[in-house]
Design a protein around this ligand. Structure first.
Ligand code: KG4
Ligand code: ZN
Length: 336
């Protein structure tokens, strides 16, 4: 069973071909980073137009790379949300058109479900597991119990954690996207120099909050005036340490709840762009070891936005006999 996956919900145009044995036959991701960089963030209209310009060509390229044609497909899976709706519509309508023209089953994939099931593609993980999803758009803790069976333990009540990294980078005058820039600066920084807040740490529950942390960084920047490169490094390190501490604290609560719900200590899967952060991975490894379980971190290329995860979600759903009608609606908001 070979499935075509399409993704255009944010700033990556992506096409993949994945079969039910978990072989990734093609996995193409076109980043729009350069187009959005001058604005310091994703501009929805630019994103939608760029998806429109590139998606068709990328589909042809993926088929060529895998050495297959439309006749070899057994289904089409496309992200139908959540995301920037102008962008979402590009993969949604293209996917539906191919399915209609070829008489193939169509699967409307929730982008978050794509992230949630990735560890089954990369690590053949069995259900259930706990997922910490940390990216520029999402920040959630979910128990993944089965296909279509997700229990949300908590999420951010304000900014997503990647957004907090990006805004902090901007305040420090670092590059966009901010996460890698903050991590780089933090390497030569002293994490104990600034006493930044740890929002919600020690409180019950699994929610997150990052806006207070960002505000504290802004106040420090204003107090310091002109930043030296050491100030930048120390602030980046202090911020990164605060984020890791908060994420570990909330994830510990989630692991306790997960054990009560499932009778299992884990495993814990971490996914999303922020999962690339070395100090966060380190802190989560220590946490999972202390809790008697393991940390599973899929390779970065499949952790950040891609279409292999969308095709794989299609495989999982089609294997269960699930498919969607061609009038499935694209949705800007779509909680799992
Ligand atoms: O998953 P992703 O590629 O796209 C979505 O947001 O869905 O995640 C991008 C986010 C950005 O906010 C970026 O700053 C952050 O992930 N990021 C990082 C690192 N690499 C990327 N944050 C912290 N440390 C990193 N090394
Ligand atoms: Zn994503």
């Amino acid at each position: 069973m070979l499935i075509l996956g399409l993704e255009s919900s944010c700033d990556e145009t992506a096409v993949a071909l994945v079969n039910d044995a978990g072989d990734i036959r093609a996995n193409l991701v076109l980043s729009q980073l350069a187009e959005h960089r001058p604005y310091g963030g994703v501009v929805p209209e630019i994103a939608a137009r760029s998806h429109l310009d590139h998606l068709d060509g990328l589909i042809v390229k993926a088929l060529e790379e895998a050495g297959v044609g439309f006749d070899d497909l057994h289904g089409v899976a496309a992200t139908l949300g959540p995301g920037l709706i102008g962008g979402v519509l590009v993969a949604a309508t293209t996917g539906k058109a191919i399915a209609a023209a070829r008489g193939l089953p169509f699967v409307a994939v929730n982008h978050l479900e794509g992230h949630a099931l990735t560890a089954r593609l990369t690590d053949r993980l069995a259900f259930p597991y706990l997922l910490l999803l940390v990216s520029g758009g999402h920040c959630q803790l979910l128990a993944v119990e089965g296909v279509g069976r997700y229990r949300r333990y908590g999420g951010t009540i304000d900014d997503a954690v990647g957004e907090a990294f990006d805004k902090t980078a901007k305040l420090l005058g670092l590059d966009y996207p901010g996460g890698p820039a903050v991590e780089r600066a933090a390497r030569t920084g002293d994490a104990s120099r600034f006493a930044l807040p740890r929002p919600l740490k020690g409180r019950p529950g699994c929610d997150f909050s990052f806006s207070g942390l960002k505000t504290a960084v802004r106040q420090q920047v204003q107090q310091l005036g002109a930043l030296s490169s050491q100030d930048r490094a120390d602030l980046a390190a202090s911020f990164q340490a605060a984020v890791a501490e908060v994420l570990v604290d909330r994830t510990r609560n989630a692991l306790v709840r997960f054990r009560a719900d499932t009778g299992q200590p884990g495993p814990l899967v971490v996914a999303g762009g922020v999962a690339a952060n070395g100090s966060l991975r380190q802190a989560l490894t220590v946490l999972t070891e202390a809790e008697g379980t393991e940390l599973v971190a899929p390779p970065a290329k499949l952790c950040t936005d891609n279409a292999a995860m969308i095709a794989w979600a299609g495989v999982e759903r089609l294997r269960l006999g699930q498919r969607d009608s061609l009038d499935a609606r694209a949705r800007p908001r779509w909680p799992l």
